[in-house]
Design a protein around this ligand. Structure first.
Ligand code: SAM
Length: 254
């Protein structure tokens, strides 16, 4: 058992109810099956044209927007998350949407419940790597469960955005870009209002080259890298205009 991940799992379980309420307020999950563009950028969508009937795994599935969008496009989807509570909420929503999705509670660094070469596409990202202490193992597992020729898509919150002080109205580095952590925070059960609380959790600030290097694991060929996005969320509390929002990496299993 990885102690960092175990703490993070406990926090995500505790935070799942408030996270669910927030996603319900947004409501977009109801539309994700018919409007996949709510879950994916156009830079990603171009990889999904022949996805109907394909087997897809989403790792660190969280709000499951990606899962519901893939299922709506006709893919057979396995949704993997470390938090049983997050998965319970997603299971309820899949039922409400009439989608057949497989759910698996697992750590992305240990996917032994999934066989080798079982998937046509593995998708992950949108703030998952930040919770994972061993990026190489995470991405190697993703590649192991892909069939030869299958695609591995990572679309992560861009590492350049994690290093700034919040609430200053100008950019000032808080932690060096090269400091990967682990950063321990004692949070409450509210992900969106991370006031101090009793849940220790651990974050990891991977750099752009860390993410690329992890994807270049044996048997995976990088076929695209792209940076895009301009939106700055209220929660970011720093003037990030002009910095990329997302880092997309696409690999093909040899
Ligand atoms: C912010 S969500 C990211 C997913 C999605 N983009 C979203 O916005 O909901 C983070 C998810 O990663 C999961 N997670 C964190 N660490 C994990 C790990 N080691 N293995 C599997 N899932 C993990 C959490 O339980 C949570 O549901």
């Amino acid at each position: 058992m990885n102690p960092y991940h175990e703490s993070n799992r406990t926090r995500w379980d505790a935070a799942a109810a408030k996270w669910k309420a927030m996603i319900d307020r947004r409501g977009a999950w109801r539309e994700a099956p018919s409007r996949p563009e709510l879950a994916f950028a156009e830079q990603e969508m171009k990889y999904f044209s022949g996805i109907a009937g394909n087997k897809v795994a989403v790792l660190g599935s969280g709000d499951n927007m990606a899962v519901f969008a893939f299922a709506g496009m006709g893919a057979r989807v396995t949704s993997v998350d470390i938090s049983e509570k997050q998965l319970e909420n997603a299971r309820e929503r899949a039922e409400a949407l009439g989608l057949a999705v497989e759910f698996l509670q697992a750590d992305v660094t240990g996917l032994s419940a999934l066989p080798d070469a079982a998937f046509d596409l593995v998708y992950t990202g949108g703030h998952v790597a930040v919770w994972v202490s061993n990026l190489q193992q995470y991405y190697s597992e993703a590649v192991r469960i892909l069939r030869p020729g299958g695609l591995f898509l990572v679309n992560e919150y861009h590492p350049f955005r994690r290093i700034w002080k919040k609430g200053l109205g100008k950019l000032e580095v808080e932690v060096s870009y090269y400091n990967r952590g682990p950063f321990r925070y004692d949070y409450s059960n509210d992900i969106l209002e991370p006031e101090a609380g009793s849940y220790p959790c651990y974050e990891f600030h991977w750099t752009v080259s860390d993410l690329i290097q992890a994807m270049l694991c044996p048997g995976c060929r990088l076929i695209e890298a792209a940076e895009f996005g301009t939106h700055v969320g209220d929660w970011e509390a720093a003037p990030l205009e002009g910095l990329p929002e997302w880092l997309l990496l696409v690999g093909r299993k040899e």
